[in-house]
Design a protein around this ligand. Structure first.
Ligand code: IMP
Length: 182
């Protein structure tokens, strides 16, 4: 049986998330070059809530864009990622900040960094809300991390389970000892 909302426990409350997102906004603003144009790139769909809240803590001259990726596990070891849809503007010479919901194995962000780097942005950085380092298969440079979490399946605040729970204002996790069908 698949998990229902009752199987999850709160990992980060709406208040904790709000505080951390404001801190990240200050961190990013501090790092920004005031003379260059920052393009904030949200990776759909998971980054929607995070991006919407984060950009309210950034300077007013940033621009927002979105892209969407899908991953297919062709074989057990190699995940293949492709663009479902792409950015609406060239990023050559611009500072680009990718906004991601969670970096798990790192395969998605490795693909995206390579795909965007060849477009010659001035700089290319990642800001992820969550990082699960215990699952890393690729070493991905992360400029800004909201929370580092253990190897647990999470939903809420943009993250889904089979399309549901993205709209929750908090982040929930399955208990460490959760077993499907229990
Ligand atoms: P990666 O390529 O393994 O780093 O996977 C990144 C993507 O997997 C994220 O953008 C999420 O869509 C999804 N993902 C990884 N872990 C979780 C989780 O715990 N809950 C929901 N989605 C997840």
């Amino acid at each position: 049986m698949s998990p229902t909302l009752n199987d999850f426990e709160v990992l980060f409350s709406a208040e904790e998330i709000g505080k951390r997102v404001a801190e990240l906004g200050r961190e990013i603003s501090r790092d920004m070059d005031p003379h260059s144009e920052l393009v904030v790139v949200g990776v759909l769909k998971g980054a929607i809530l995070f991006m919407a809240d984060l950009v309210r803590h950034l300077p007013e001259n940033v621009s927002c864009d979105f892209l969407r990726l899908s991953s297919y596990s062709g074989t057990q070891t190699t995940g293949t990622v492709r663009f479902d849809f792409d950015l609406t503007q060239p990023i050559k010479g611009k500072d680009v900040l990718i906004i991601e919901d969670i970096v798990d194995t790192g395969l998605t962000m490795t693909f995206l960094l390579e795909a965007l780097r060849v477009r010659n942005p001035r700089s290319l950085k990642i800001c992820t809300l969550l990082h699960k380092p215990s699952r890393a298969e690729r070493d991905v440079p992360l400029a800004h991390v909201g929370f580092t979490i253990p190897n647990r399946f999470v939903v809420g605040y943009g993250l889904d389970y089979e399309g549901r729970y993205r709209n929750l204002d908090r982040i929930l996790a399955l208990p460490e000892d959760y077993e499907e069908g229990q």
